[in-house]
Write a protein that binds this ligand. Structure first.
Ligand code: RP5
Length: 355
């Protein structure tokens, strides 16, 4: 590395941060960031993938660098694509630009686009895989998980009181948490391809399920698909989820098929969403739907907002997961605890069952 230049490691950190700017807008494409260093190690180009059909991160960075890319190093969070889709292969663009080395965070699992490293090596480009791999993976976790297994990454979000209640005894449930926590939820909605609730929540709360700025009520630029899991098709014609603010899919058992419980088959529902290009789902409840997802092992991450309030006996439980004895408890591993305004936000992942 020349004096004044940046290390490969620093450049990958920068590329991961750049890629994050595309969070929520790239689907069905991945989150990708790229930093280009010239032969002396100076940054000569940067880019990220902003939306499907738009230029890939490598192409944005190469355009900035121009001739200075020749003999340089491209640091990319995801293995450069090897195929012609809506845009041409990034491997070809890197080779044509005379890039000498490509450093990759995570290998591309997509059967359509993978194989970039091999193509680059065959053209005489040095390739180094797995730099800051864990962070690059975390930055693109929904897309990577979804593409590897064929159904979207599911985050269950809940809001509860300190005694774990989601609604008061009379059924009122809106605004358990603070505006700060609700704004945080809108950021989660913005970063998700779909927001999902059960018919019970639609009938009880008539939610809008749009991503918006709570202060002025304005809608975010891109809206997640609203999904109502509604086995018997009971969503009222006048429900807010049926307005024009965002696209909505009322998923019925007749469309999706039924699972063992006679309700919408959740695995089939997720597979159908994957086909529609949905890579991440924000599951917002209510207790029955969240319980069914948890019991089926279909939740990848839990984000819980807990308000310092108490609702006491008679109030609804947060989740109806059919647990009747302690040995059946659904165990989670906490990954983060953050204070959001007056509330707490817990992030956790369900613990994999042994055996
Ligand atoms: C859910 O968001 C709550 O359970 C409530 O039903 C809903 C409110 O959504 P908006 O109407 O604010 O979009 O988490």
């Amino acid at each position: 590395m020349a004096s004044g230049g940046v290390s490969i490691d620093e450049a990958m950190r920068r590329a991961i941060a750049l890629g994050a700017r595309g969070l929520g807008t790239t689907s069905p494409n991945p989150i990708v960031g790229c930093v280009l260093l010239d032969a002396a190690g100076e940054v000569v180009g940067e880019g990220f993938h902003a939306y499907a059909g738009g230029p890939h991160a490598e192409i944005v960075a190469l355009a900035q660098a121009g001739e200075r890319a020749r003999g340089g190093t491209a640091i990319v969070t995801l293995e450069p694509c090897n195929h012609t889709g809506r845009t041409g292969p990034c491997t070809r663009a890197l080779i044509n630009a005379g890039v000498a080395k490509v450093v990759v965070g995570v290998a591309d699992p997509d059967p359509v686009a993978r194989g970039g490293a091999e193509t680059l090596r065959a053209a005489g480009v040095e390739v180094e895989m797995g730099v800051r791999e864990d962070e690059a993976e975390a930055g693109n976790i929904a897309w990577l998980t979804s593409v590897r297994r064929g159904w979207p990454y599911v985050t269950w979000k809940y809001a509860a009181t300190l005694d774990g209640r989601s609604a008061a005894a009379d059924g009122t449930s809106m605004w358990i948490t603070s505006e700060a926590a609700r704004m945080d939820v809108h950021a989660l909605r913005c970063a998700s391809d779909a927001v999902m609730v059960g018919i019970g929540t639609v009938l009880a709360d008539d939610p809008r399920l749009t991503a918006r700025n709570l202060r002025d009520g304005s809608l975010a630029i891109r809206q997640p698909l609203r999904v109502v899991v509604d086995s018997a098709g009971r969503t009222p014609a006048g429900a807010k989820v049926r307005d024009n603010a965002a696209a909505t899919w009322v998923a019925t058992a007749a469309q999706v098929g039924t699972g063992p419980d006679g309700q919408v088959d959740l695995q089939a529902l997720l597979a159908a969403l994957h086909v529609r290009g949905v890579r991440s789902v924000l599951l917002e409840g209510g207790p029955r739907l969240a319980g069914a997802f948890l019991a089926a092992g279909l939740v990848d991450k839990v984000v819980g907002y807990v308000a310092p309030r108490l609702l006491g006996a008679g109030a609804s439980a947060l989740v109806d997961a059919g647990v009747s004895t302690i040995s059946e408890a659904i165990d989670l591993d906490l990954t983060d605890v953050t204070r959001v305004g007056p509330d707490l936000r817990f992030t956790a992942v369900p613990r994999k069952k042994e055996g």
